[in-house]
Design a protein around this ligand. Structure first.
Ligand code: SF4
Ligand code: SF4
Length: 469
C-alpha cells in the first residue's frame, strides 16, 4: 500500500479554489439550533460568566468566542491562507499563534454555504507552517516527542497499554487467536478513560462478539494530523494499517480515532477504502435495537433522570462534512444529491438517538436535546491539539457546552468519545456544572442495563448501515 507524500504547502495550493471561494461574509461565526423551528430557553448566563442567547443564531466558533479578535474567527484564518498563497504574508511564530488555537471542530465549515473546506485548510496551514521551519508550540513539540518514543501522546509505557484489561479480568482478549473482529481502543481509553474501554469490552462480551485487542496497537495519529505533524501521523497510520489489515471488522469507542481511520487514512493512502470494515460500538448497539436483538432493563436509579447528548465533532460534523464532500466530487446533479446527503446525515445523527430513545422507553430516563445539536452542535473544546496546547481555552469551551446541558436541566450529559468525556468531565468539575458525565455504553454497562434477546450474527456485525463513508 503506497502512502502519499505531499507537503502542507502543496495541499494548500490544491485547496486554492476553496480558499478563494471564501468571500469573507462571516456567516461561519454563527450557528443555529440544528432544528430552526425549535425554541431555546432564551438568555442563559453560564458558569464562565458569559451570557448566551439560546434562540435563533448563536455565536459558534470557539476560537472567535475565546479570543474575540477578527483573525481568530474562521474568516480571518481563510484570509491568512489566501495571504500565504499570494506571498503577502510569511509564516512566523506570530502567525502560527493565530491559527493554532482552533479546535478544528468544523462548525465554520458546516455553516458555510460556499462549502469551503475550512478544517482541511487550517490543517494544511499548520503543516505548511511547520514545514517552513517555524517550530510547533512547545506543548505540541512535547506530545510529538512522546508519541515518537512511546507510540502514545500520554507518556504511558507500551507494555501498559492494556493494563486496564489485565486488571479487569479481560486479559483473554489480548491477541486472542482466531478472532475475526478487533477493538481498536485508542490512547485516551487505554491510558486515561479506561472506564470506556472496559464498558465496551463487557458489552461485546455480553453480545458474544468474538473480538480481540491488538497488543501492537499504536496511537491513531489524530492529534498529529490536526496540529500539522503529518510525518508523525503517517508513521503511526502505517503501523495501524499493518496491525489491523487481516480483520473483518475493526470496532472503535473513540470518536477521534474513528474519524482518523475513516476520513484521514483513505486520504493518505492510494486506495479508496481501508482493507477492513469499521464500526463504532454505538453503531452496533443502535443497529441491534432496530433489529430487536437487544433491549434494556428497567432501572430505579435512572428512572426520571434527565439525560442529554453531546455529538462529538469527530463522529458527527466531520462525518457529515465528509459525506457532503464525497457527494460534491461525484455528483452530476448537486441540488438533488445534496438533498440525499442531508437525509444520510440525518440517519447517521439518529444512531445514538435510537439508543437514547430506547433507554427512555425501557429504562425510564427522560431524553432531552440541548439547543445546538447535530451539524450545529457546540464542540467540547478538546480537539485540534487545543486540550494539549491551550488547556484553559479548552476547558472554558467545554464549560460553554456544559452550560447548554444545564440550560435543559440535564442530570446526565452523555457522549460516545473518551476525549469529549474527559474534557466535559473536567469542565463540569472545575466550573461546578453539577452534571454526571457518562459515555452511553458506559451507562449501559455501569447500570447493567443490557438484555440480549438474540446474539448478533456475522452479517449483523459486518453490515454497514446508514453511513455513506
Ligand atoms: S468560510 Fe464561508 S461562511 Fe466563512 S467567511 Fe468564508 S465564505 Fe463566508
Ligand atoms: S474549526 Fe471551529 S474553532 Fe476553528 S475556526 Fe472553525 S469554528 Fe472556529
Amino acid at each position: 500500500m503506497s502512502i502519499k507524500n505531499i507537503t502542507g504547502m502543496k495541499r494548500l495550493e490544491e485547496l486554492k479554489k476553496d480558499i478563494y471561494r471564501c468571500i469573507h461574509c462571516k456567516a461561519c461565526k454563527f450557528a443555529y439550533s440544528g432544528e430552526p423551528s425549535r425554541d431555546g430557553v432564551g438568555e442563559w448566563k453560564g458558569k464562565t460568566n458569559r451570557t448566551f442567547l439560546y434562540e435563533g443564531m448563536v455565536e459558534a466558533c470557539p476560537a472567535g468566542i475565546e479570543y474575540g479578535w477578527e483573525a481568530f474567527w474562521n474568516a480571518g484564518k481563510m484570509w491568512i491562507a489566501r495571504s500565504i498563497l499570494n506571498d503577502d504574508l510569511e509564516f512566523s511564530e506570530e502567525v502560527r499563534d493565530v491559527f493554532m488555537p482552533c479546535i478544528t471542530c468544523g462548525q465554520c465549515a458546516a455553516q458555510c454555504e460556499s462549502k469551503v473546506r475550512t478544517v482541511d485548510i487550517i490543517e494544511s496551514l499548520r503543516a505548511a507552517c511547520s514545514e517552513s521551519g517555524v517550530p510547533m508550540i512547545e506543548r505540541h513539540q512535547y506530545v510529538d516527542k512522546l508519541v515518537k518514543e512511546l507510540n502514545n501522546p500520554y507518556g504511558g509505557k507500551a507494555e501498559e497499554r492494556f493494563k486496564w484489561a489485565k486488571d479487569a479480568g479481560l486479559e483473554k482478549y489480548i491477541d486472542k487467536k482466531g478472532a475475526k473482529y478487533a477493538y481498536y481502543v485508542g490512547c485516551t481509553a487505554s491510558y486515561r478513560q479506561t472506564n470506556i474501554a472496559i464498558a465496551t469490552c463487557r458489552i461485546f462480551e455480553k453480545l458474544g462478539i468474538d473480538f480481540t485487542l491488538v497488543n501492537d496497537e499504536v496511537c491513531c495519529g489524530s492529534p498529529f494530523f490536526r496540529i500539522g505533524s503529518v510525518t508523525t501521523a503517517k508513521d503511526l497510520m502505517k503501523k495501524n494499517l499493518e496491525n489491523f489489515k487481516d480483520f473483518d471488522m475493526v470496532f472503535f469507542s473513540c470518536a477521534g480515532c474513528y474519524r482518523t481511520f475513516l476520513v484521514d487514512y483513505p486520504k493518505w493512502i492510494e486506495e479508496d477504502e481501508l482493507p477492513f470494515k469499521t464500526k463504532h460500538a454505538f453503531e452496533m448497539i443502535s443497529e441491534l435495537i432496530v433489529k430487536e436483538k437487544i433491549k434494556f432493563k428497567p432501572n430505579k436509579e435512572l428512572k426520571g433522570k434527565v439525560v442529554t447528548y453531546h455529538d462529538p465533532c469527530h463522529t458527527g460534523r466531520h462525518f457529515g462534512l465528509d459525506m457532503e464532500q464525497r457527494m460534491i466530487e461525484k455528483s452530476k446533479n448537486l441540488m438533488i444529491d445534496m438533498r440525499k446527503v442531508k437525509q444520510q446525515i440525518e440517519v447517521w445523527y439518529d444512531k445514538p438517538r435510537v439508543i437514547l430513545r430506547k433507554l427512555e422507553e425501557d429504562v425510564g430516563i427522560k431524553f432531552v436535546e440541548m439547543y445546538r445539536i447535530k451539524m450545529d452542535s457546540m464542540c467540547c473544546g478538546a480537539g485540534g491539539g487545543v486540550r494539549a496546547g491551550y488547556p484553559d481555552f479548552s476547558l472554558r469551551t467545554s464549560s460553554l457546552r456544559c452550560d447548554e446541558a444545564n440550560a435543559v436541566n440535564a442530570d446526565i450529559l452523555t457522549t460516545e468519545c473518551p476525549f469529549c468525556w474527559r474534557n466535559l468531565s473536567d469542565a463540569n468539575d472545575l466550573y461546578n456544572h453539577e452534571l454526571q458525565v457518562l459515555g452511553i455504553l458506559e451507562m449501559i454497562n455501569e447500570y447493567d442495563l443490557l438484555e440480549v434477546l438474540e446474539e448478533p450474527t456475522h452479517e449483523d456485525i459486518i453490515a454497514i448501515i446508514g453511513r455513506a463513508i
